[in-house]
Ligand binder design. Sequence first.
Ligand code: NAP
Length: 508
Amino acid sequence: MTTQTSTLPERVRVLVIGAGFAGLGAAIKLEEAGHADFLVIDKGESVGGTWRDNTYPGAACDVPSQLYSFSFAPNPNWSRSFSPQPEIHAYLQDVAQKSGVLDRFRFGVTVQDAAWDETDQAWTVVTSAGTVITDVLISGAGGLSEPKNPDIKGIDDFGGQIFHTARWDHDTDLTGKRVAIIGTGASAIQVIPEIAKTVGHLDVYQRTAPWVMPRHDRAYTGIERLGFKLVPGLQKLYRTAIYWGRETYVPGFVRAPKILTLAKTMALGNIKKGISDPDLQAKVTPDFAIGCKRILISNTYYPALAQDNVEVITDGIAEITPTGVVTRDGVSRDVDVLIVATGFHTTDQPIAHHIKGRDGRTLADVWSVGGMAQYKGTTTSGFPNLFQIVGANVGLGHSSMVFMIESQVNYIVSALQQMGAGQISSLEPTVEAQTEWSEDLHRRMQTTVWSTGGCASWYLDEHGRNTTLWPRTTFAFRQLLREFDIDKYVVTARSTAPTHSTEEKVAL
Ligand code: NAP
């Protein structure tokens, strides 16, 4: 794909940060709605976001692609029910190419600072490629974009190869090597079966055993793929069936975790099927309620752990030395390569440190007090004309984030329509609307398995608040964001269009 790295325009109507599902989806829908004066910037070199960056062996989506894709861009060519990462990345590149919006994408551009200018009623965004003034700022930077490295004593002094799963070093050949992997989350359980095939020895450092259910994955038959191309509505039928199947998890997650008993039985069966050694079975059996952390799916993870060249270590890491890893029981294990599979900065999103609102404080400053809080996971009081896709409490543990992203994009486009029609220069949610929204979410959170399941997870922030997940059905989210509710906003009307001077506050 051609990458655009030329200089940036001085001013645009809308600036979008990030070219993953969120940024690309926003660009396409802005174009469709007639808001062509936009620019999308991304620090990487192509569209794809997390599906561009996570290239580790075995990377694949654990939501079926019929659902984990844009509703407006079905792909009849998915090779299997759960697509591997290269196929999803190729899909996004293809959609971008065909949509005709790529001429407004600039790659290799990093946001350094974005500050709201009350006089100009616009954002001044300083990037690695220059400064852009924009009326509206949309962040699609995503919650899984910045790898999180563990804060383990000595890690910086390790003398061998070391890399994070999200920054896989394809130049390092693992064949026959002594390798260690830290973490047993969603990324690790996909990597481990792949590399266990070729490494000499693999140490798996498990801090918490995850729940892993069987993965019902299969290749689509030629007839099915032909059907997807030729039979109107067939793909939609698959998508709809998968959507409702996934939605049946919601009551178990948010109201009555006991409903998840069947899932627990299947996950326990998965352990027994993959591992015959009772000691190893015990080691990998989780001690918290299923669903409290993300439920993982794999048919190959447990058999890989049972291989002769793999050891599961649960003693806890005391330190990393220049030659290997020392556990708390004093045992030292030398390795050539250390793979860090310890997840991402989710509740302390790096982009939040760069966006400064009306009073000069960053989103991170504001959230440092009570945690991430937004209205409808999209807009933030004190940050006019800022829309965040996959903001606070928009994440899911059971279904497709693309569905949530499309709901938010629809809401944002609706906001822009109303801003245009009403000659509005800026808007932000009222404090009351945002507080009411947050309080409702956190009241609902109390009965969820994420709060009651007895685990520590990245869903919770340092205050113990779940600021990442959506505690209701996805169709409720879609309904709530169906149309921009301007009555919940403080609106500043432009007195004389199209100048950028202000303005009178309008109470709606
Ligand atoms: P993750 O699920 O957060 O897992 C991180 C792992 O590292 C956990 O096992 C964690 O243990 C461990 N860990 C973290 N810090 C540690 C430390 N200091 N010492 C020892 N162990 C440590 O991260 P991830 O696997 O990268 O996945 C993140 C998210 O990305 C997923 O939840 C999912 O939303 C998404 N994802 C999706 C897919 C997919 O669709 N297939 C694939 C990959 C990722 P604890 O559990 O004890 O904290």
